[in-house]
Structure formats: C-alpha cells, structure tokens
Design a protein around this ligand. Structure first.
Ligand SMILES: *[C@@H]1O[C@H](CO)[C@@H](O)[C@H](O)[C@H]1NC(C)=O
Ligand SMILES: *[C@@H]1O[C@H](CO)[C@@H](O)[C@H](O)[C@H]1NC(C)=O
Ligand SMILES: *[C@@H]1O[C@H](CO)[C@@H](O)[C@H](O)[C@H]1NC(C)=O
Length: 346
C-alpha cells in the first residue's frame, strides 16, 4: 500500500511509547484505505475505539450528544465544565454568561474518526477542564463516502443551529465569545467554516478567534518540507494525495481553493471580518511549509495572526497527553482565549 521508503527517515525525538502508538495507527489506517478510493469501515470499527457521552461528571466534565440533522448524521458532543472558574468581568450578567464556547473539528484526513473516538473525546475533555470553556465537538460527514463540500456544509450547519438554538448550550455559555478550533483536516474545516460564517453573518454567535492546530492544506507543488520530511510519522505524500483525491471534486487538482488556500483559487478575505487566528506548527510535520504559507497569506490580507512553532514535534503531537508539549499547547490556547475574554468585554 502507501508505505513510504524507509531510507532517509528523519530522526525525531519521541518517547518510545508514543512512537509505537503512532506506527501502529499509521499501519492500520494504511491498511484500511483501498486503492479504488474506498475505505474498509468494518475493519476500522475495531481500531477506532468509541466512547459514549456521560452526563455524570468525570474529572469535572460532563458530556451530552446533541442531534442537528439525523438524516445526514450531523450531531455534536457538548462538553461542560462543572466547576468552572468564572472570570469576573464586573457586572452581574458576566457571572451568568461567562464561559467561552469552543467549536471544535476533529482531524483524521476528512476520512477517519469522530467526536466519540476515544482520543478526541479525551482531547475535548482536557480543553474543557483546563481552559474552563464549553466545547462543541462536531460530527461531520466523512470521505470518501461524502466529498467536499459536505464537511464544510455540516460545519456551517452546526453554527447556524447554535445561532438559532443557543438554549441547548449551558446557561453560562457566552455565545458572543465563540472560537472555532480544529487540528489537521479539522483545522482546514475550521478555516473554511470561518470564511463562510463571515460571509453569511450570524445573529447571536460571534466568532472572535480561530485556533488552527497543524492545519491540513496542500497543493500540486511538492513543498520543501514535504520532500525533506517524507518518512516522518502519520503524514506522507502518498497518504495526503489519497485524501485530497477522495475529498476534492472529481476532476479537480490539489490547487483547488479548499486545499491550496493561499493559491490563485483562494477566497478573497480582504473584505471579511476574519477572526484573529492562532496557528500551531511542528518542525517535523511535513505540512509545515503549507501552514507557514497560510500564516503569510493571512498576514498579507491584513488579518491578526500569530504562529507558534514546536521545532521537535510531529503532526498531531498534541493528541498524545504524555508529551509535555501537549500541555504547553493547551495553556497557549488558554492564554489566547483569555485575552479575547478580557479584550472583548465591555
Ligand atoms: C473497492 O474494493 C473493495 C474491496 O476489494 C470492493 O469491495 C468494493 O466494491 C470496491 N469499490 C469500488 C467502488 O470499486
Ligand atoms: C433549532 O432547533 C430546532 C429544534 O431542534 C430545529 O428544528 C431547527 O432547525 C434548529 N435551527 C437550525 C438553524 O438548525
Ligand atoms: C498554489 O497554487 C499556485 C497556482 O497553481 C501555485 O503557484 C502555488 O505553488 C500553489 N501553492 C503551493 C504551496 O503549492
């Protein structure tokens, strides 16, 4: 299948446990992808361990699944902190509505995983607990069964649903401080959903920030980092080529605006009130050239954007809670959110 040449593997400083877990994941996901552009979902069922929502608080967080559209299987898992420390904003209203809302899109190349996957359930619990935020983790339709733009449609649909139905959120959720967040393909999704809601406009929800963790972007060109880091964990050109092929509209190439965001087919952002953005990149992530171009492009468009680089980290590192860098990333996201919490309050 799509195994990469073992020759010039970059030397990456990772604990052996993480390394083993990653090799295992890569091998299994490679084995599930068929060359005819389909995925063996039956096989994946055994690998992608799911956990259900739990209304009983565990470590200060309870969860609940909310259906948005049963026909298309759009739903989200809602994570609520039980003992949230409220930031004192001064007046009485702030006490009843003080938790920012993070709308999160999981990664997995648009093909894999869901908010119920054990790894992402754990990620969102950590976000919720450590940042004192409400997390809405979105279930969107996957490729190859559903191509672009289904995933963006589903993301936008969830925002519209929340905009109209904010009572599904806990009473102390503050929808005037919403953040879009995602990692990998989820960060690609978060970007495109941000563009869409900037254009469409929402009544109640205000998206004040975008947290873009190692976004999955691409193009026809092979970037320097893609070539140099071929053979590093999880991401390879064979894998990303497959993912774009089953995601993008039939007949289009990787310079489509969904993948090559900063290319000639990109959206014109200049007139949009695009949310302030925080981008994370890893030095051993083959996608980091694309991510830096994304940063440059947002800056060129006059957007407020910040980039944080982890030189020794691979793609998806923050999903592994044993890595100290994972906790560091969470506290940086927390700082970003708290700054907006303060600066946007009257
Ligand atoms: C792809 O291959 C699998 C396994 O060989 C087969 O079951 C499936 O029907 C094929 N799908 C298409 C669209 O060719
Ligand atoms: C708000 O919730 C109601 C009831 O579940 C639903 O019928 C309606 O479509 C929702 N609004 C949006 C914009 O999805
Ligand atoms: C995006 O597309 C343009 C035009 O095809 C191309 O010149 C550019 O190299 C692409 N960007 C990347 C990073 O591939």
């Amino acid at each position: 299948m799509s195994s990469s040449p073992p020759t010039n593997k970059p030397k990456i400083p990772l604990p052996w446990k993480t390394r083993v877990a990653i090799s295992f994941l890569s091998a299994l996901s490679d084995a599930s992808r068929r060359s005819n552009g389909t995925v063996n979902r039956g096989f994946l069922k055994f690998l992608d361990r799911k956990c259900s929502a739990n209304i009983t608080p565990v470590n200060g967080v309870f969860t609940k699944d909310v259906t948005v559209d049963p026909e298309r299987n759009i739903w989200f898992r809602l994570f609520t902190p039980t003992d949230a420390v409220t930031v004192d904003g001064g007046d009485a209203d702030d006490k009843t509505a003080s938790l920012p809302v993070v709308i999160f899109f999981h990664g997995g190349g648009f093909t894999y995983l869901s908010p119920a996957s054990a790894s992402y359930d754990a990620v969102c619990r950590r976000f919720c607990r450590k940042m004192s935020v409400v997390v809405v983790s979105v279930n969107y339709r996957l490729t190859p069964e559903h191509r672009y733009p289904s995933q963006y449609d589903d993301g936008e649909e969830v925002l519209k649903f929340l905009d109209e139905n904010k009572t599904v959120l806990p009473e102390n959720a503050d929808v005037s401080k919403c953040f879009l967040a995602g990692d990998s393909a989820g960060a690609n999704l978060a970007h495109h959903v941000a563009v869409r809601v900037c254009k469409a406009g929402l009544q109640n929800i205000q998206v004040v920030g975008l947290i873009s963790i190692q976004p999955f972007f691409g193009g026809e060109e092979r970037t320097e980092s893609e070539v140099r880091l071929e053979g590093s964990p999880l991401v390879s050109m064979a894998r990303t080529d497959w993912m774009w092929k089953v995601f993008l509209p039939e007949g289009s190439d990787r310079d489509h605006g969904a993948a090559n965001v900063s290319g000639p087919n990109s959206e014109d952002l200049s007139g949009l009130d695009f949310p302030d953005t925080l981008i994370f990149v890893g030095g051993f992530d083959p996608l980091n050239d694309w991510q830096k171009r994304y940063y440059d492009w947002l800056r060129k468009n006059g957007k407020e954007v910040q980039i944080i680089e982890y030189p020794n980290m691979i793609h998806a590192f923050y999903v592994f809670p044993d890595l100290p860098e994972s906790s560091q990333l969470i506290s940086q996201v927390k700082d970003f959110i708290n700054k907006k919490r303060v600066s946007n309050s009257k």
